[in-house]
Design a protein around this ligand. Structure first.
Ligand code: FES
Ligand code: FES
Length: 174
């Protein structure tokens, strides 16, 4: 059955009819041409399809488009920094050469943007945990973690100081 939904996609009000069984990944890719949203496993295992839904990273392959009715969706096509340039996580990925084939990159950048936008800081191991839902076959993850540390790293791993980071909510809280 077709249902009309309204959502904000990359800042633009969008209304369209979708099959009730259609995934958000398919709607974004096939209907709206937002091909930064990658489909790897289509089983919630790889994170390549991640988008921000009201600021929170979700695997769009497992999320029905009808559930996005009334909500805000952000893909890499709509991600910018404060002055319309690169978002800090995008710049960090460039600076740290955190990209090889790029298939995993949009999803990782969006999850990284959520982490950066939270204003919280994390140790490298905490960041590793936070991106554990993303698989990358190329980079070995170290440069990706270098990029994440640039925007949300807490290098004093032993201080135990709470700065609003993982100590007061942890990896589940962003
Ligand atoms: S394609 Fe969605 S998690 Fe892999
Ligand atoms: S850069 Fe190729 S899968 Fe991550």
């Amino acid at each position: 059955m077709i249902k009309v939904i309204r959502m904000t996609v990359n800042g633009q009000d969008t209304e369209l009819g979708v099959d009730e069984r259609e995934s958000l990944a398919d709607t974004l890719r096939r209907r709206l041409g937002l091909t930064s949203v990658k489909k790897g496993c289509e089983a919630g295992e790889c994170g390549a399809c991640a988008v921000l839904l009201d600021g929170k990273s979700v695997n769009s392959c497992l999320y029905l488009s009808v559930w996005a009715d009334g909500r805000g969706v952000l893909t890499v096509e709509g991600l910018t920094g404060e002055n319309g340039g690169l978002h800090p996580i995008q710049q960090a990925f460039v600076d740290e050469a955190a990209i090889q084939c790029g298939f995993c990159t949009p999803g990782l950048v969006l999850t990284g943007a959520e982490i950066a936008n939270s204003g919280k800081t994390y140790t490298r191991e905490e960041l590793r945990e936070l991106i554990s839902g993303h698989l990358c076959r190329c980079t070995g993850y170290e440069n990706i973690l270098n990029a994440l540390e640039k925007v949300a790293g807490r290098r004093d791993k032993d201080s135990g100081a709470s700065d609003g980071g993982a100590d007061d909510g942890g990896a589940d809280d962003w």
